[in-house]
Design a protein around this ligand. Structure first.
Ligand SMILES: *Cc1c(COP(=O)(O)O)cnc(C)c1O
Length: 349
């Protein structure tokens, strides 16, 4: 039959490999809710160490990790500060308001990041008629911000300012290991700048489920209370955790290959007329198609029958994400396909 779909929509589109499926099948399991699952315990202890934290809790998703971290550290009426493009403010169905009752303050700044100066301007003085500034959230890497890596110095100055003002620091680490591979900075160096930090196993790491939230033992105790409350406590979850452990063993260093292919895609696209392409720092390539005279819908409709899927970020910008189910020849086919769409639309107009 025809060739497989080249799915650059997101790095969530990976399928578990044969080796990962075997590890999942053979997992040693127990009742996770009673801390009796040895595979989950291995994963949480290993992730806590990796992130330079005392303790960790296994969760079904990264969204739940964000929501629990906020709920465990903020009280209703407190204010949370995050970038305007962040996942926590845009793609979690308003959870921080609905579940934790917090107000949000959105900051801008290039590539999904802000600096200590911008944060300083947003911090509220302590006064009983003001909301209490309570938490700052940053994404490593930034997603809608372009897959950018917070430089460790900028993250440190934001974290130090936040902590000195009595705020908690939460790092959304959906793609933290992409940042580590791209920058050479150890995960624990980012981790010690955070009060809570998590890893997602379902993005570039290629597992079918799972995220681990890490922090101090006290905070993780409180996170467990929220996990129970939200129905996130599980039973023989070692079958989930085994895929995550397999990912830590096999799928971390290879993220460099995703970054290489993203750079290759960006170089290929940059040579085509009418495209404005951002320089990728990790595995995401953002490009603006408005110079072709057409919008993103024209491109996605034309690419679909060619077996290529790329997400639309509004009318002008598209985002292609590389991952372990994308090969170099897939990237080269993608560049050719986009070139053919530009040629065709140029003739039609
Ligand atoms: C995907 C993502 C999340 C949510 O993770 P899920 O495991 O899909 O719930 C949170 N933050 C960022 C930056 C993400 O990209």
């Amino acid at each position: 039959m025809g060739s497989k779909l080249i799915d650059l929509y997101s790095d969530t589109k990976t399928r578990p490999s044969d080796g990962m499926r075997r590890a999942i099948c053979e997992a040693d399991v127990g009742d996770e809710q009673h801390l009796e699952d040895p595979t989950v315990t291995r994963l949480t202890e290993r992730t806590a160490r990796l992130l330079g934290q005392e303790a960790a809790v296994f969760l079904p998703s990264g969204t739940m990790a964000n929501e629990i971290a906020v709920a465990a550290q903020c009280r209703p009426g407190d204010e949370l500060i995050a970038h305007s493009s962040s996942h926590i403010l845009n793609f979690e169905a308003g959870g921080v308001a609905a579940l934790a009752g917090v107000m949000v303050r959105a900051l801008d700044g290039p590539r999904g990041m802000f600096d200590a100066k911008l944060l300083d301007e947003a911090l509220r003085p302590r006064a009983r008629h003001l909301p209490r500034s309570r938490m700052v959230v940053l994404e490593q890497t930034t997603n809608i911000g372009g897959g950018a890596v917070w430089p460790i110095g900028q993250m440190r100055s934001v974290s130090e300012l936040a902590r000195s003002a009595g705020l908690a620091v939460h790092v959304d680490g959906a793609r933290l290991l992409n940042a580590c591979v791209a920058s050479g900075v150890a995960a624990s160096d980012y981790g010690t700048l955070a009060d809570t930090i998590w890893l997602d196993f379902t993005k570039g790491l290629g597992a079918p489920f799972g995220a681990v939230l890490a922090g101090s033992s006290d905070l993780i105790d409180e996170a467990w209370r929220w996990k129970q409350r939200l129905g996130g406590s599980m039973r023989q979850a070692g079958m989930m955790a085994a895929g995550c452990l397999y990912a830590l063993d096999h799928n971390v260093e290879r993220l460099a290959e995703d970054h290489r292919l993203a750079a290759r895609l960006a170089d290929g696209l940059r040579a085509l007329p009418g495209l404005r392409v951002e320089v990728p720092e990790t595995n995401m390539v953002y490009f603006d198609v408005s110079g072709t005279g057409h919008d993103t819908e024209t491109f996605s409709v034309a690419l679909e029958p060619l077996g290529i899927r790329i997400s639309r970020q509004g009318r002008h910008v598209m985002r292609a994400v590389t991952h372990l189910d994308v090969s170099e020849s897939d990237i080269d086919r993608t560049v050719l396909a986009i070139a053919s769409v530009i040629d065709r639309t140029a003739c039609a107009s």
